[in-house]
Write a protein of this length. Structure first.
Lengths: 111, 114
């Protein structure tokens, strides 16, 4: 099993550009989440999904969109990048059990 | 909402014992988690408590008191590789979907010196 994979690992965007951060898991997990991690702020929940076709907003959803068309994939879309979105983004998944598995992260810089 | 507090930094010596405290306020408590995160890496799961008491796993133990909104992570026989950030996280507070989500504290950076 590859676990949770994320692409790209690094990305630099200009203000106003759009892009999609990819996340995939091969563990057949129902629950998937996107977090951002900023210095001094900890991990904050952006969006999450409890199954294919079902998504909901987390703590900091503004400027981001998600969709969940398959169990495996949970992409995060930045519609119009802003410098405030410079961060490290982690995707995570879990089953009904309690352990949440994190992907390796995407380091995004918006100039 | 949910509020989680843990110390920002701690230092300890190799071979010693260190206790990292976490206090929380939440509605609909459904479990407390500890994660370890090395610099530049993803968080990895350490422990889970949903009932009061101590859970032991090798050199690491985690304690929970739901009535006090308090948990601690105990690390014994510290090694240099234990230098990392330790994240306390609480599951609770049902959102619009009816599901509870995981809220993280800001993390405690532990530095282990020789």
């Amino acid at each position: 099993n590859a676990g949770v994979t994320q692409t790209p690992k690094f990305q630099v965007l200009k203000t106003g550009q759009s892009m999609t951060l990819q996340c995939a898991q091969d563990m057949n997990h129902e629950y998937m989440s996107w977090y951002r991690q900023d210095p001094g702020m900890g991990l904050r929940l952006i969006h999450y999904s409890v199954g294919a076709g079902i998504t909901d907003q987390g703590e900091v959803p503004n400027g981001y969109n998600v969709s969940r068309s398959t169990t495996e994939d949970f992409p995060l879309r930045l519609l119009s990048a802003a410098p405030s979105q410079t961060s490290v983004y982690f995707c995570a998944s879990r089953s009904e059990g309690y352990e949440q598995y994190f992907g390796p992260g995407t380091r995004l810089t918006v100039t | 909402g949910q509020n989680i507090d843990q110390p920002t930094e701690m230092t300890a010596t190799e071979g010693a014992i260190v206790q990292i405290n976490c206090t929380y306020q939440t509605s609909g408590f459904n479990g407390l988690f500890w994660y370890q995160q090395h610099a530049g890496e993803a968080p990895t799961f350490l422990s889970y408590n949903v009932l009061d008491g101590l859970e032991e796993k090798g050199r690491f133990s985690s304690f929970l008191s739901r009535s006090k909104g308090y948990s601690y992570l105990l690390l014994k026989e510290l090694q240099m590789k234990d230098s990392a950030s330790y994240l306390c996280a609480v599951r609770g507070g049902r959102r619009n979907s009816g599901y509870s989500t995981l809220t993280f504290g800001k993390g405690t950076m532990l530095l282990v010196s020789p």
